[in-house]
Write a protein that binds this ligand. Structure first.
Ligand code: F0G
Length: 425
């Protein structure tokens, strides 16, 4: 992405050998201009036929045009709902708020959209083992897609710092799981070293084929809006793979004439894991890695590998970066959960980020905003139970739903339900 050096797609390489920069999948835009249209993608909506029944491969030309259909490793993923949420719009202070729920993917997070791209490439390359370091969701997704493809999956994660739902998935799907006494950032370095030494294919978001799949979140959202471009896209930022993929998708859609303008991108980080936000405050000069701490373990990342691509996405989209506290994250999550939608803590950055940017006068009250929910509510059930029982350190539950205990008789139940009725009035 920096020096323009090109490599064939069947070479296993994660950084440019000349300049050390990140790699992009480069499409033949002249060919695509002639072969894709809104109508083409609209015709495929609702089909039962693979691979176009996937919300990633519906846009195959924009993801991986010449891959043979029988090599595609798909569950199928995508086709997630775009919810119009008027009550949350009012809370956040905007006219129109949509939530794109990526927790509705097969393993419960947006990672499946990248993993279908990554495992398809792994199959094309003929590799036998794939690996990632993960805060949890990537490992769950890799484990599932590797199993589906009949390839060995290997996942590295930090001791004690992974939400139980994600750990359970990695084990259940049969990946080789290794808990390591090191944070995510160190684990990612380790996976790269292991890959070089042991011939393992890396499926973290340094792998550009993953990001091609994740582009489909933007394409699908805009198709669901009947190709009308919202004013803002708001997304949580950790390793910054998603933000990078969104920027590339929007840039390409515009270059191909599928949209006529770009939405602005807002990347929201947890305050305790906000190296991009710190850099943004200094004019995006450089990245200072930090020690990361946040209740939103999915984004507990201090040295995001995709920093340069995220900066490019911010430049393309006239984007902004904000940071939010753990208290704000957990309260916003409770509000999303209470709509009957639900999400994991990191995802709630999107909602509280919107409210914060409205209060700062950056998002206008008349704007149409799409917030991306990245993971399912059951990924981190501990966070739910601990919040609602007010058992989290330094966090007060402002929207609690406390469990009641009752004796097994009508009088005791009446006492609870009548007092609850009083609360609800
Ligand atoms: N939300 C959730 C639920 C995530 O799992 C992640 C990343 C993010 C947001 C941030 O996305 O890294 O593209 O900026 N989880 C990774 C993992 C790091 O290992 O599962 P990003």
């Amino acid at each position: 992405m920096n020096c323009g050096q090109q490599y064939p797609v069947d070479q296993i390489i994660y950084n440019c050998a000349t300049c050390g920069g990140l790699l992009d999948v480069q499409h033949d835009m002249d060919y695509l201009r002639k072969s894709v249209s809104r109508q083409l993608f609209d015709q495929r909506l609702g089909t039962l036929e693979a691979p176009y029944n996937s919300g990633v491969w519906r846009y195959k030309e924009l993801i991986y045009p010449d891959v043979p259909d029988d090599c595609i490793v798909s569950r199928p993923e995508g086709n997630t709902n775009l919810y119009r949420t008027p009550r949350l719009a009012e809370w956040a202070g905007v006219a129109q708020l949509y939530l794109k729920h990526e927790g509705e993917n097969p393993t419960g997070s947006f990672k499946d959209r990248g993993m279908t791209g990554g495992l398809t490439q792994a199959r094309l390359l003929g590799v036998r083992r794939v690996a990632c370091a993960s805060t949890g969701n990537t490992s769950a997704s890799l484990a599932a897609y590797a199993a589906w493809a009949g390839i060995e999956g290997i996942v590295f994660f930090q001791n004690q710092q992974i939400a139980l739902g994600k750990l359970a998935q990695a084990i259940a799907y049969g990946a080789t799981g290794i808990q390591i006494n090191a944070d995510f950032d160190r684990n990612l370095e380790l996976v790269r070293e292991v890959a070089d030494n042991l011939g393992v294919y890396v499926l973290n978001s340094v792998n550009p084929f993953r990001l091609e799949g994740q582009k489909s979140i933007m394409i699908e959202t805009i198709q669901q809006l009947r190709w009308q471009v919202p004013d803002w896209i708001v997304v949580p930022g950790g390793n910054l793979g998603n933000s990078s993929a969104f920027g590339k998708a929007l840039h390409e859609l515009k270059a191909l004439g599928l949209i006529d303008r770009l939405p602005r991108l807002a990347i929201i980080q947890a305050e305790g894991a906000s190296p991009l936000y710190q850099s943004y405050q200094r004019g995006l000069d450089h990245l200072d890695p930090m020690h990361a701490e946040t209740i939103a373990t999915a984004i507990k990342i201090g040295n995001p590998v995709n920093y340069a691509k995220a900066v490019r996405a911010l430049h393309w989209t006239d984007g902004v970066v904000e940071a939010v506290t753990d208290q704000e994250i957990m309260d916003a999550k409770a509000l999303i959960d209470r709509q009957g939608i639900g999400c994991e803590p990191a995802s709630a950055c999107s909602l509280v980020g919107v409210q914060k940017l409205v209060r700062m006068g950056i998002i206008k009250p008349t704007d149409t905003v799409v917030g991306v929910l990245t993971g399912h509510v059951l990924k981190d059930a501990d966070a739910v139970i601990n919040y609602h029982s007010n058992a989290l350190d330094h966090i007060h539950a402002n929207y609690p739903n406390q469990l009641h205990q009752s004796e097994a008789n009508v009088e005791a139940l009446r006492a609870i339900l009548e007092s609850r009725e009083a609360i609800l009035q």
